[in-house]
Design a protein around this ligand. Structure first.
Ligand SMILES: [Zn+2]
Length: 329
């Protein structure tokens, strides 16, 4: 999974904060209990010095190593038992003074044997969700909530296919794209007029891949071009950093929604080419949705984009009636 170093550092900083606040909480508990049960403070000190004492004795008399080790284990156990009994006797849980971890599996390090812990994997997914601007929409719009009932089964005289059949195959192509994401490199361009479900399908793809722990960035073409412009000319208040641009270039999946609605010029077109081309070179997938048909792509974008870039995309045409209108009838 690709993440920028700065994204990763941001996530690891939350682990540092977690460790710090857990350690503060533990200190608070120690203070609280020691003031009520001074004997426990004494036991606590003994436990923390037992190991050191055993080492000192072993250094002085190496031949007695095993004896000291046994002594250490049994003394530790005795003290721990005493501590637990005292704690419970005063109404505290037996582990009340133990170190506190949000994740006991990795002890808040994020790693188990150099492998990412489940908690870190989840943190990365959560972070990607935040970054993809999709959190709320995806709960509603995903493959499991996609409905074919708005697509007519009447055959289109030109193609001999109904919009229902067409949608079935487009939907399948999107599922195939998701299923093959780890094994084959592919890109999609979904085109057709507004209200046919392009954005819904883009959301569904995004959700599946985010749930697999992929980094997905979802931007309307307007947002994408604005980012490019701000990065280059520092136009708005919004500061676009190298990291932001790197994320757009490097994320596992970039989704550009509604390409063609932005105001573009030669320079932004060149930026778009640069981005899409770089993603192709690095085998990073892109999904584009657009209301423009292939003839219009040529007039709106440069030849380089249309012939050299879109040639690497699976083109999925959507047709039928505007489902947004039907939903409210
Ligand atoms: Zn963990």
């Amino acid at each position: 999974m690709s993440m920028t170093k700065s994204d990763y550092n941001k996530i690891m900083r939350t682990y540092d904060q977690r460790k710090a606040s857990n350690s503060q909480l533990q200190t608070k508990r120690l203070d609280e209990v020691f003031s009520k049960v001074p004997e426990l403070e004494n036991i606590h000190k003994q436990i923390s010095t037992l190991g050191l004492k055993a080492i000192q004795k072993t250094i002085a008399h190496p031949s007695q190593k095993d004896k000291y080790a046994q002594e250490l284990t049994s003394n530790l156990q005795k003290l721990k038992n005493k501590k637990m009994t005292l704690l419970e006797g005063h109404g505290y849980p037996a582990d009340y003074l133990d170190p506190i971890y949000t994740c006991n599996d990795c002890k808040d390090t994020g790693y188990i044997n150099n492998q990412k812990c489940h908690c870190l994997k989840q943190a990365i997914i959560d972070y990607s969700y935040e970054q993809s601007n999709l959190k709320h929409i995806l709960a509603k719009e995903n493959f499991s909530t996609f409905s074919f009932k708005f697509y007519s089964k009447e055959k289109d005289p030109k193609t001999g296919m109904s919009s229902f059949e067409n949608m079935r195959s487009v939907h399948q192509a999107c599922l195939d794209f998701v299923e093959g994401f780890n094994t084959s490199f592919n890109n999609l361009i979904l085109y057709g007029r507004s209200g046919l479900g392009k954005t819904f399908l883009c959301n569904s793809i995004a959700k599946e891949l985010l749930d697999q722990g992929k980094t997905v960035i979802y931007l309307s073409s307007f947002q994408l071009f604005r980012l490019f412009e701000n990065y280059r000319f520092h136009k708005d208040e919004e500061i676009v950093t190298n990291d932001d641009i790197e994320t757009i270039f490097q994320c596992d999946l970039l989704i550009i929604d509604d390409l063609g609605t932005e105001f573009n010029n030669a320079l932004t077109s060149a930026e778009l080419f640069n981005c899409l081309n770089s993603r192709l070179m690095n085998r990073r997938s892109t999904v584009i949705s657009t209301n423009l048909n292939p003839n219009e792509w040529v007039s709106k974008y440069s030849e380089r984009i249309v012939s050299r870039i879109f040639g690497y995309y699976t083109q999925l045409k959507l047709f039928g009636s505007d489902i947004r209108l039907m939903k409210y009838q």
